[in-house]
Ligand binder design. Sequence first.
Ligand code: ZN
Length: 44
Amino acid sequence: MVVQTERDDATWYECETCGLLFDEQSDASEHEKRCDGSDPTYIQ
Ligand SMILES: [Zn+2]
C-alpha cells in the first residue's frame, strides 16, 4: 500500500511494505505492485 507523507515541505509517497519513498505517486504505485517486502536492501 502506498502512503502519502509530508517531509521537508514536500509530498512523498511511501511504500508501506518496505518504507521506500517516491516523489511520484505513479512511481510508488508501480513499485508497490512488484514489492514483496522481502528485499533487505530497502529496509530502513
Ligand atoms: Zn516496497
